[in-house]
Design a protein around this ligand. Structure first.
Ligand SMILES: Cc1ncc(COP(=O)(O)O)c(C=O)c1O
Length: 444
């Protein structure tokens, strides 16, 4: 038996991974063929890196409600929820109706429309920090806009971000420096360390335009920021005239006012994305009228913010229909309660099986981790043999549950109690059968 953390072979793990991978390959010839074909025109066969997993990803062809169906005809319960953008589930009747109406009215006007103000009003009413808002086509772009705005209005150049922070494909601060990160002067601080953050803000205030933070680090493993940490950022930014930006691209779904509303900590600017466009490409950045007025073209010396698809009518009408008619405060509370209950059940399983396994997160956003120790930052995430993740992921697929290789799970409104019970049973079975491997497998 291999020693945990030493690296090297573990025949039990190898056998288990080989078996589940062989079953996956045998069951998915059409997905494999799709992958081979896609590789000829797309590097790695995809246009969104997170979609890839070995040996090849499933090619999903259709979806309905809480399910996805792949090109080999298997149907899965969707616990990915398009990484939180798919909050409404697939083809929700209200979203569908909004899209069909937009289609009937034509769709690319090259003009202002009545639709952008409707979604803008809804979002301004919800988020404490947002008096004025502008739309973009992605969360990445929303963050870039917030950063360049902060730099322009403060006249300072640097941005403080946090280890593990993910603000988009080009604004990412993982364990290794990303060669395609945008070339801003970033100061990277440890996450959830209030004292260190305060010190760094104080010492660098003269050059800091903004502090950009996720109230829960999504991509790095659903790691919630503590209220103390966010409160310390608020205090230090106010004391030193640095703009505090909350990236609520993921956390906006947690409560009517997002995480800022839940905690009563109001940033200077907020970025949004994912579900706010009803499942369509979207992003938004907003803040006080005093800051956002720089985008008023009627003012002299206003800043130019173009974007052909910023007011794409599908995003605007689907987003507004969802917020007005579907994702009401009670629905929001119920969804996040369901997430809390699922996470609690998964953690009870880990305790019962006494294995290194834990579910982190808040409400309907969560991540499965293969360790016992609590996680307050990426520094606390134990390196594990990636074959363990492959085993868990393909085993859940085998049982009909679509999750992610990295263990990220989001709930949509289409997921029902029995779906969660099914997932809990599947994880229970996995831990019964393979739990011992979690203890004995070597590190990466
Ligand atoms: C917190 C956070 N910010 C920004 C982004 C980037 O959004 P998009 O993928 O729409 O560019 C993401 C995407 O996962 C995110 O999780």
């Amino acid at each position: 038996m291999a020693n945990p953390g030493t690296g090297g072979r573990n025949p039990d793990l190898e056998r288990a991974v080989d078996a589940v991978t062989a079953r996956y390959e045998a069951a998915n010839p059409a997905s494999r063929a799709h992958y081979e074909r896609a590789r000829k025109s797309l590097p790695g066969g995809n246009t969104r890196t997170g979609m890839f997993y070995a040996p090849f990803p499933l090619a999903i062809e259709t979806a309905a409600g809480a399910t996805l169906t792949d090109v080999d005809g298997h149907t899965y319960t969707d616990f990915v929820g398009d990484f939180s953008a798919g909050l409404y589930g697939h083809s929700h009747p209200a979203i569908r109706a909004a899209v069909m109406e937009a289609l009937d009215r034509g769709m690319a006007y090259g003009s202002t429309t009545p639709y952008e103000a409707r979604l803008a009003e809804l979002l301004c009413a919800q988020f404490p920090s947002i008096e004025r808002i502008r739309f973009t086509t992605s969360g990445t772009e929303a963050n870039l806009m917030a950063l360049v705005t902060a730099r322009a209005v403060t006249g300072r150049d640097s941005i403080m971000v946090f280890e593990g922070g993910y603000h988009g494909g080009t604004v990412y601060f993982g364990r290794e420096a990303a060669p395609i990160a945008v070339p801003f002067p970033f100061l990277i601080a440890p996450y959830n360390d209030p004292e260190e953050a305060k010190r760094l803000i104080r010492e660098n205030a003269h050059r800091l335009a903004a502090v950009l933070v996720e109230p829960l680090q999504g991509a790095s493993g659903a790691i919630p920021a503590s209220a103390d940490f966010l409160g310390a950022l608020r205090e230090a930014c106010s004391a030193h005239g640095v703009l505090l930006i909350f990236d609520e691209v993921m956390t906006s779904r947690l409560a009517p006012g997002g995480r800022q509303g839940q905690l009563g900590i109001v940033p200077d600017m907020t970025t949004l994305g994912k579900f706010i466009g009803g499942g369509f490409s979207c992003g938004a950045f907003g803040g006080p009228a005093e800051i956002m007025k720089v985008y008023d073209p009627a003012r002299p010396e206003s800043f130019v913010h173009h974007g052909t698809f910023n007011n794409n009518v599908f995003m605007l009408t689907a987003g507004a229909a969802g917020l007005e008619n579907v994702f009401t405060a009670p629905m929001q509370a119920a969804l996040n309660d369901a997430g809390d209950a699922l996470r609690a059940s998964l953690n009870e399983l880990a305790a019962r099986h006494s294995v290194p396994f834990r579910a982190t997160g808040l409400g309907s956003l969560m991540n499965l981790h293969l360790q016992r120790a609590p996680i307050r930052s990426i520094r606390d995430i134990a390196p594990r043999d990636p074959r363990l993740r492959q085993l868990l992921h393909l085993d859940l697929i085998d049982k009909g549950f679509f999750t992610t290789r990295r263990g990220y799970i989001t709930l949509s409104l289409a997921i029902a109690g029995p779906d969660c019970t099914g997932l809990i049973e599947a994880v229970d079975e996995f831990l019964t059968r393979h739990g011992h491997l979690l203890d004995t497998a070597p590190a990466e």
